[in-house]
Write a protein that binds this ligand. Structure first.
Ligand code: IDP
Ligand code: MG
Length: 134
């Protein structure tokens, strides 16, 4: 059993895609252990994206992720991290495979609709930042 932090990002929440995206995750058979709408403040956003602190897009990424509510989930199941990353598609929607969430819903490489942890270490960090240690 593996957990991941999955999130509907502000651009997709604003366009009314929460229900559709959560439905995909339920249909795929993931267990939704936690689900919460949050508005990230700057401190939470910077902690969440700490690995990107030195990237040229960091400031813009923090602006974007704090610009409106997100819907964050802890999903659990077999091979959850890899399976969620496959469902999301590549970071840049223009490069994402057809049928993936980012291809269908992403607006740009930054405003790419969804987030999913990329490793067990990232998942543990992101779950702690978003939902607290529990
Ligand atoms: P990932 O979300 O597919 O794991 P990361 O490289 O971890 O991609 O980047 C985190 C987030 O930062 C992306 O989902 C996207 O919102 C944003 N981002 C990544 N690369 C760029 C870029 O080149 N320009 C603008 N934003 C970017
Ligand atoms: Mg990443």
């Amino acid at each position: 059993m593996e957990k991941t932090l999955f999130m509907v990002k502000p651009d997709a929440v604003a366009r009314g895609l929460v229900g559709e995206i959560v439905a995909v995750m339920e249909r795929e058979g993931f267990e939704i252990e936690r689900l919460e709408m949050q508005r990230f403040g700057r401190a939470r956003a910077e902690a969440f994206y700490d690995v990107h602190r030195d990237k040229p897009f960091f400031a813009s990424l923090i602006e974007y992720i704090t610009s409106g509510p997100v819907v964050a989930m802890v999903l659990a199941g077999d091979s959850t991290i890899t399976r969620v990353r496959e469902l999301m598609g590549a970071t840049d929607p223009a490069q994402a495979a057809s049928g993936t969430m980012r291809r269908k819903y992403g607006e740009s490489v930054e405003r790419n609709a969804v987030h999913g942890s990329d490793s067990p270490i990232s998942a543990a960090h992101e779950i702690a930042v978003v939902f607290g240690a529990s």
